[in-house]
Every structure is written in C-alpha cells, then in structure tokens.
Write a protein that binds this ligand. Structure first.
Ligand code: IPD
Ligand code: CA
Ligand code: CA
Length: 269
C-alpha cells in the first residue's frame, strides 16, 4: 500500500480502538456541548490526538486540520491532514452502532488520499488519487443507476443550523416521492464511503465541514462518481453543500435541487 495511506490506516485503526473501548461506558463519559445539537466527549479528543501523534511522527512537516483541535502546523504547508476522529458522535452517544474515523489528505488544497474506518463493522475504505477506491482491499465502484426510480439515497438533516430547513425539506419531499428510499444514518463520512461502494446511489447534505467530506470526496471520485455543490459547481469543500452520485444520476438530482435553491444557497458566504 501507498506509504502515506499505510500510516493513515494505522492512525485510523488506533482511533477505532479508542472508540470501541469506550462503547460500553458511554454513560460514564463527560459530554461537553459545542453548539446547538453538537457535542464532544473525551473519546473524540483522545482519538484525534492519537491520530495526530501518529501522523506527525511520520510527517513532521505536514499540517493538520482536526475537528477537535483546529489547525496546526505551517499555514503554507503543501500537505494538510483533515481529520474527523469520530464521525457520528450523536450515534455513538446513543449506542447506535454506526460511526467512523475519517482521515483525508489535501495536497495543495486538493483531496488526494482517504481513509474511512468503521471500527464496529471493521470496514476499511481507502482511496488514493489515481489509485482507485477500496473496501477492505477490494475495488469499489459507484452504481450505474440513471434515474431516481429505484434509487436509495443518503442525506443528512440540517439539525444544527436551521437557516435552510425549508429549502432542504422541499428537496427532501421531492426526492422521497420518486426514490426507493432515503437514509439518514448519522455519519456523513460513512454516507460518502457508501456512495463510493455502491451501497447508496447518491447523497446530498448542506453545511458539512471539511473533516466530514475530504476523505469521502477522494473515495467517490476514484469510484467513478462526481461530487459538486448543489448547483454542480466546485467550492463544495468551502460551502460544505454536497451533491454526489454517478454522473447520470447526479444530473437528475441536480435538476431536482435546482428548483428549490434559495439565493443564499446559490451564493454561500
Ligand atoms: C456529523 C455527522 C452527521 C452530519 C453532521 C455532522 P459529527 O458529524 O456526520 O451525519 O449530518 O452534519 O456534523 O458531529 O458526528 O462528527
Ligand atoms: Ca463529522
Ligand atoms: Ca466528529
């Protein structure tokens, strides 16, 4: 395996072990609110510092952007590791067994490497630009479905920032009536990995953060899918508004989104 991916896998597994060890003592954890419907525990923090320790030892000149510890390292660093040590904290706190560790690597601002690890199912998704996307070392591909009929889509609800709830619900309503089903599983990084693996035909969510999506973007692109903002443009790493599927289905989903975009969604700050 690519040496950088190898180290990232080691870091993700170490974080996964911390998550697993904490699962049966969730009720003893100190839960600190970060914002509306947003919580952090010592497990998130420990997992992140373990990941950064491992990566920093191997790559002392690389920078880091972690959900819990923010930015570290030289501002002009070419390589930046983008880390969500525990994606699905609300699931974790409720014993809902669907969480992951997400580690992406940006090279000059572009997502290049990806590790998404589900420690409960022991599923390891890895991807490297030009090298394909894998699940437990087997190649994965997005689905070939060309329309909404029969599609299983993933999404996330705007449960923290309520600004776009009405627009979101209008999109949801339309998708719901035309598809086979919509899942809100509670871990955006795993949702993206599932699109790459062909378990979901497509996915959309508003207002995600870089650590939710950097790794998933690489997986999907390497699995033959496209990732854009809701209007089919770049800039999704900054806005966090994401629409992804195989190219044909993506076009169909984009047409649905288009009808419900507000001015604020068209021109995110
Ligand atoms: C959250 C999950 C969730 C998504 C939220 C994210 P966290 O991440 O990915 O599915 O809807 O927007 O913030 O807080 O569990 O790391
Ligand atoms: Ca997250
Ligand atoms: Ca998190």
């Amino acid at each position: 395996m690519d040496p950088m991916l190898n180290i990232a896998v080691r870091a993700a597994r170490a974080a996964g072990d911390i998550i697993i060890r904490s699962l049966d003592r969730v009720d003893l954890l100190t839960i600190t609110p970060k914002g509306r419907n947003d919580f952090v525990t010592e497990v998130d923090r420990q997992a992140e510092s373990e990941i950064i320790n491992i990566l920093h030892k191997a790559y002392p000149h690389h920078a880091f952007l972690g959900e819990e510890s923010g930015s570290q390292g030289a501002a002009q660093a070419e390589y930046v590791w983008v880390i969500d040590p525990l994606d699905g904290t609300t699931n974790f706190l409720h014993g809902f067994p669907h969480v992951c560790v997400s580690i992406g690597l940006l090279y000059r601002g572009r997502p290049e490497k990806a590790v998404i690890y589900d420690p409960l199912k022991q599923e390891l998704f890895t991807g490297s630009r030009g090298g394909g996307a894998m699940l437990n070392n087997r190649r994965i591909r997005v689905t070939k479905l060309t329309g909404l009929k029969g599609a299983l889509l993933g999404t996330g609800f705007p449960f923290r920032d309520q600004t776009h709830v009405d627009a979101y619900l209008a999109m949801f309503r339309e998708m719901m009536k035309d598809t086979a089903g919509i899942r809100r599983a509670g871990s955006a990084a795993l949702d993206l990995a599932y699109v790459a693996a062909g378990r979901l035909d497509g996915f959309w969510e508003l207002g995600l953060k870089k650590w939710d999506i950097t790794a998933g973007i690489v997986l999907i692109q390497e699995a033959g899918g496209i990732v854009t903002d809701l209007q089919g443009r770049e800039g999704y790493l900054e806005s966090g508004n994401i629409l992804t599927a195989n190219p044909r289905l993506h076009q169909v989903m984009r047409e649905v989104m288009e009808q419900h975009l507000t001015d604020e969604l068209r021109n995110p700050a």
